[in-house]
Write a protein that binds this ligand. Sequence first.
Ligand SMILES: [Fe+2]
Length: 308
Amino acid sequence: MPLHRMNQVVIGVPDVAKTSEFYRDFNLTECEPGVFATADGGEQLRLVHSPVRRLVELAIGADNPDDVDRVVSQVTALGVEVQRTEDGVAATDPGTGVRVRVELAPRIQQDPVPATPYNGPGRIDRTGRAPGLLEDAPRARPRKLGHVVIGTTALEASQKFFMEGIGFKLSDQVGHAAFFLRCSEDHHNMLLQNAPVQFLHHTSWQVDDIDQIGLGAQHLLSKDPSRHVWGFGRHHVGSNFFWYFRDPAGNFAEYYADMDCIPDDQMWKPQVWEGMRSLYSWGPPPPPSFLRPDDLAELMAGLHSPKG
Ligand SMILES: [Fe+2]
């Protein structure tokens, strides 16, 4: 696939310093004020000031200049204006209001992490104590940015923009209200969902396994239990284990592990999901504020305020 990775998200928040503290606790590495790196993906989060929280920009990596040229002609064919950048192209999706940059980038090289050994009935795959629980076991350090979930006020236009314009592929969908899309071998790098206002629902960050999700959660919640949003559980669409937290601006951030991968498009058949399955396989029931964040009305008002 000519597009191959998520490069970076730029998130606008009212208080960059306060929000930065959350992402430090999330165990992203702060390279300079407001700029955070993952272990394998480099600088993948940039926080900038904005009167209301929002996803300002999303950068996606492409292999070569031909791929960038293709995006230029595809987006232009949709009647959306494009700007050439130093090493790529940028265009704004009319539905989500997100500026999308497609730029040349090296593929993410992830050294294979040895499979976590688990004992099972009649099967001893490890002896001694579980390695994830040893005193010196490292805390979750997110490996890479996995996906973003964004609300669009024009779902059809956004779907066209990201699929026909940028080149995302459809992995699954929830009725006609949400689309799971990928620009890499991960099951999804984006979920586009119908919403009354343009907003960022969550960003999601890959960790090694379920112990890393639990240990990361424990660290975040030991400092502030109100950061908890929803988890621990397992999604059905994408199969990933999940736990969601709230940053001080109101954006959700997810630790995930064990997501479905689609290295061969021919081997995957998109399906339409409805009801509980579209949300999760198991876990505690999602709180209403996960489905409809508490500040949506405020965001809608902010959108129309003179300052907004
Ligand atoms: Fe997610």
